[in-house]
Ligand binder design. Structure first.
Ligand SMILES: *Cc1c(COP(=O)(O)O)cnc(C)c1O
Length: 368
């Protein structure tokens, strides 16, 4: 690995392949895999990651919003792309770019059919999203007759998929709730399918669902976090390889006397002689202020160096007393020495949040 000279997110495609194989090994031969590349592919590089996942055999890609999907199309990705949360105002654009909308309400269904009919579409693919207990997006059981009536009256759209989302697939204590969601999904989707004359793809599981509920795989699964190397459980994390490593270099070293302060509002006061280092990333890069004041540490030459003072917008300071280092020494925020999950936990958050909020100004380096 080359020596870094600025704040860098290293993106390891071999780790991505490893995780893809690991997750695929839990699927039966006929189960399709939808790779979730929303939120800049969980903070990485959606075009590179998306292309790699297709090469590895992903059947489908998924994103949250329209613009994310359009960016992938403009980069030449031709695979089907499901948009979990499309805006009605962009339905024309969605069709123009041959993207698949998730349709989750009566109003959205009416409007999409309207747009598709105006454009004289035939059997344009849509996925219906059902609410089975998450209470975020999705049709309610009482909407089913409406859906079937609307679909019966048009040839412009075709239900290619029916899906729902699990609220607590990672939590063994919520097993009963998850099984109830699974049952609701079966009942509601069968009700719709009975009135269609084809079999749409059904999909319910996210990463933890894949691993914890093999009976719930249906025709396709949707995996995000697992592809990037995190599995919401220590045993699973041990099998996966984090794709991203966030590193930086020391910008400057300072030597403090007892009573000297560090940073805004003099949040840190030295209780003894100490050596500090300033790093070139801050809350605008995704290292939120929650990490301030010793909550968590980064690694310098294999040793933990606690964060001191408040995280600034573009920089933060660490305690490197007794650590052999100088201007230019490499520092790991997360990577080999600690995972993004460990780093996240210390500040009361989760790997998902840490990796998806790495700012776009942080240089990405792809490691093949
Ligand atoms: C983000 C998301 C996923 C992926 O979840 P992971 O826990 O990252 O695997 C799957 N389905 C939907 C609807 C999502 O929003």
């Amino acid at each position: 690995m080359s020596k870094i000279r600025q704040t860098t997110l290293e993106i390891n495609l071999q780790s991505l392949s490893h995780n893809f194989q690991y997750l695929s090994s839990h699927l039966s031969k006929n189960t399709k895999l939808m790779a979730v590349v929303k939120a800049f592919s969980y903070g990485n590089n959606p075009v590179v990651i998306g292309k790699k996942l297709i090469e590895l055999g992903a059947d489908y890609l998924a994103v949250a919003y329209d613009t994310e999907a359009i960016d992938l199309r403009l980069a030449g990705i031709k695979k089907p792309i499901l948009i979990f949360h499309p805006y009605a105002v962009n339905f024309e654009k969605i069709i123009e770019h041959q993207l698949t909308p998730s349709i989750f309400s009566k109003k959205k269904l009416e409007r999409f059919i309207d747009v598709a009919e105006k454009q004289q579409q035939k059997a344009y693919p849509i996925h219906l999203k059902l609410n089975t207990g998450f209470n975020r997006l999705g049709f309610e059981p009482e909407n089913l007759d409406f859906i079937s009536e609307k679909l019966a009256q048009t040839e412009a759209v075709k239900v290619e998929g029916i899906f729902s989302h699990l609220a607590a697939s990672q939590d063994p204590q919520e097993r009963d709730f998850t099984l109830l969601q699974l049952k609701n999904f079966k009942v509601l989707s069968e009700n719709i399918i009975n009135k269609l004359n084809h079999n749409p793809l059904r999909h319910l599981c996210n990463t933890s669902g894949i691993l914890n509920y093999p009976e719930a795989h249906f025709d396709m699964v949707r995996t995000g976090i697992g592809l990037y190397g995190y599995g919401n459980a220590a045993e699973i994390d041990a099998q996966l390889k984090p794709v991203g490593s966030l590193k930086t270099v020391i910008s400057q070293i300072h030597h403090l006397e007892e009573g000297d302060s560090v940073g805004y509002n003099r949040r840190f006061i030295a209780s003894k002689k100490m050596q500090t280092a300033t790093l070139s990333l801050g809350y605008a890069d995704g290292i939120h202020r929650h990490y301030s004041n010793g909550k968590t540490a980064v690694f310098v030459n294999g040793k933990p160096a606690p964060i001191i003072g408040d995280i600034c917008m573009d920089m933060f300071m660490i305690d490197v007393t007794n650590i052999n280092c100088e201007e230019g020494t490499e520092v790991t925020i997360f990577g080999a020495e600690q995972s993004a999950e460990d780093f996240a936990k210390a500040a009361g958050t989760i790997s998902y949040e840490v990796i998806t909020t790495i700012a776009h100004r942080v240089k990405r380096v792809i490691i093949e």
